[in-house]
Write a protein that binds this ligand. Structure first.
Ligand code: UDX
Length: 434
C-alpha cells in the first residue's frame, strides 16, 4: 500500500517513518521548505528520541521519501494521512482548522483514483463528516473517503507509541467503504500482534481522542487540587497519590503533582473540547474542564508565591536559576510550558532569570528572548539567590547538591516537579521547598 503523510511535524514525521518501518512505501508531504530539506537530509528538526535513527534508515532503504508537491502525492498515493496542526485560535478557545481544511482543498481535486484520506490530527467532533462532504464535492469522478484514525502518541515516546500503540481507533461513516480494509492492510502487523482495533463512527472516533486527553488533564488537576488541600492541612500529596494509586480503579499513572500540565496538546485540546461542546449546546457537561484548566493555571502562580516567600517576600533584584524550560523531559517542546511561563512571571516581578534546559534552549530563546540563558546547570546557578527545578530532566535529578551549593549565593531550591531527593538536598545544607 502506498501511503502519503501530509504534514511532517511531530505527529506526521513520526507516523511517516514508522509506517515505512512497518514495510510500507511512504511519501511525506511538507510545504515548509526548511523543514522538508532538514528531513530529506535525515535531520529531525525537533528533539524526539529514536526518530532520527528511524528517519535515516527508512530514507536510506528508499521506503520513505519526502516531497513538497501535492500533485506528486496525489498521483502516487493509495491512502493519505492528514497530520497537520490544529492550534488554538488566537483569542479564542476553539481549534484553528485552516491547515486541515487546506489539505482537503489542495489534495482532493488532484486525486485520480478511489482512495481513503485518514485524519490523524486532533479535531472538534463533526469535522470528519464535514470534510467528507467537502471531499465529495471536490472529487472528480472518483470516490474519496474521509475517515478518522486518531493518534495518541506522547512526545518523547512518539516512536514506541506509534509502533506499539495501546489501541487503534478508526472512525468511518462510509458503509461498505474502503477505510476498514485499508486500515487493516496498513496496520496488519500491529493487529496480528494483538493490538485492539476499534471501528466506530467518525464522531465517536473524534471524541475518543479529546475524551482521552480531557481525562488525563483531569487526573493531573485532580491530584494538584489534592495538593492544594494537602498543603493547607500539612499533609503529603505524594504519599496520598501513592496510596490511592494502588486502587486499580484509580491507577498510579498521571498522578504526579507539581506545576501542572502544558505542551501542544492537553491545554489546547481541553479548551477546544469546551468550545465545541458549547457549539453543540452541551457546554454544561464540560463545565468541570474549566476548573481543570483553572487548577492547572493556579499551580504556576502558586510556585511563584513559594519562590517569593523563600526570597523573603520580594523577587526584586534577585538572581533566579530556572532549571528546565521544556513542558516535560525528553522533549524540546516549549509550547504552553509551565516552566517558561513561571520563568516569565518571575522576571516580571523584577528578578534576573537565567534559564538552562538540556534540549529546549533554542525554542525557549525564540519564545522568550528577554530571559537570560546559560549553557549548563552550574552557569545558570552561578551566584543565584534561588534555584528552581521546573522540568524533571534526569540531568537535574542527578545534580550533586553538595557541589551545586558551592556556586550559589543562597542554598535555596524550589522543586516544582517533586523530582529531587529532598533528604539529600536538605542534608547538603539546602532549604528545600516544593
Ligand atoms: C499528551 C497525551 O498523553 C497523548 O496521549 C496525546 O496524544 C497528546 O497529548 P504529551 O503532550 O506528549 O501527550 O504529554 P504528556 O506526557 O501527556 O504530559 C502532558 C503534561 O502533563 C506535561 O506537561 C507533564 O509534565 C504533565 N504531567 C503529566 C503532570 O504534571 N503530571 C503527571 O502525572 C503526568
Amino acid at each position: 500500500m502506498k501511503i502519503v503523510v501530509v504534514g511532517l511535524g511531530y505527529l506526521g514525521a513520526t507516523h511517516a517513518a514508522c509506517m515505512a518501518e512497518l514495510g510500507h512505501d511512504v511519501l511525506g508531504l511538507e510545504t515548509d521548505v526548511t523543514r522538508l530539506e532538514a528531513l530529506r537530509a535525515g535531520r529531525v528538526p525537533f528533539y524526539e528520541p529514536e526518530l532520527e535513527v528511524l528517519l535515516q534508515s527508512t530514507l536510506e532503504s528508499g521506503k520513505l521519501r519526502v516531497t513538497q508537491s501535492y500533485q506528486e502525492a496525489a498521483d502516487w498515493g493509495d491512502a493519505f494521512f492528514i497530520a497537520v496542526g490544529t492550534p488554538q485560535r488566537k483569542g479564542e478557545y476553539a481549534a484553528d482548522l485552516r491547515y486541515v481544511e487546506s489539505v482537503i482543498e489542495e489534495l482532493v481535486p488532484l486525486i485520480q483514483r478511489d482512495c481513503v484520506i485518514f485524519g490523524k490530527s486532533t479535531v472538534p467532533v463533526g469535522t470528519c463528516a464535514r470534510l467528507a462532504d467537502r471531499a465529495a464535492e471536490l472529487a472528480k469522478d472518483v470516490v474519496v473517503e474521509v475517515a478518522w484514525n486518531p493518534e495518541f502518541l506522547r512526545e518523547g515516546h512518539a516512536v514506541q507509541d506509534t509502533l506499539r500503540p495501546d489501541r487503534l481507533v478508526l472512525g468511518t461513516d462510509a458503509e461498505g467503504g474502503l477505510a476498514v480494509v485499508y486500515a487493516q492492510t496498513i496496520y496488519k502487523s500491529l493487529l496480528e500482534s494483538g493490538i485492539p482495533f476499534l471501528v466506530m463512527d467518525c464522531a465517536s472516533a473524534e471524541l475518543v481522542k479529546v475524551a482521552a486527553n480531557a481525562f488525563l488533564a483531569t487526573k493531573i488537576s485532580f491530584i494538584n487540587a489534592i495538593a492544594e488541600v494537602s498543603e493547607a492541612a500539612g499533609a503529603d500529596v505524594n504519599r496520598i497519590a501513592e496510596a490511592i494509586g494502588y486502587d486499580e480503579r484509580i491507577g498510579n499513572k498521571f498522578l504526579k503533582a507539581g506545576i501542572g500540565f502544558g505542551g501542544g496538546c492537553l491545554p489546547k485540546d481541553i479548551r477546544a473540547f469546551m468550545a465545541r461542546a458549547g457549539e453543540l449546546g452541551a457546554a454544561e457537561a464540560l463545565g468541570f474542564l474549566r476548573e481543570v484548566d483553572n487548577i492547572n493555571m493556579r499551580r504556576r502562580n502558586r510556585v511563584v508565591d513559594i519562590a517569593k516567600k523563600s526570597c523573603r517576600g520580594s523577587l526584586l533584584n534577585k538572581k533566579i536559576a530556572v532549571l528546565g524550560a521544556a513542558f516535560k523531559p525528553n522533549s524540546d517542546d516549549v509550547r504552553d510550558s509551565p516552566a517558561l511561563n513561571i520563568a516569565g512571571q518571575m522576571q516580571l516581578q523584577g528578578s534576573t532569570v537565567v534559564v538552562y534546559d538540556p534540549k529546549a534552549m533554542e525554542n525557549s530563546k525564540r519564545l522568550f528572548p528577554t530571559l537570560e540563558y546559560a549553557s549548563s546547570v552550574a552557569d545558570a546557578c552561578d551566584n543565584a539567590d534561588l534555584v528552581m527545578v521546573l522540568t524533571e530532566w534526569g540531568e537535574f535529578t542527578e545534580i550533586d547538591p553538595i557541589r551545586l551549593r558551592e556556586v550559589v549565593r543562597e542554598a535555596t531550591v524550589v522543586d516544582g516537579r517533586f523530582c529531587l531527593d529532598r533528604d539529600r538536598w536538605v542534608s547538603a545544607g539546602w532549604t528545600y521547598h516544593a
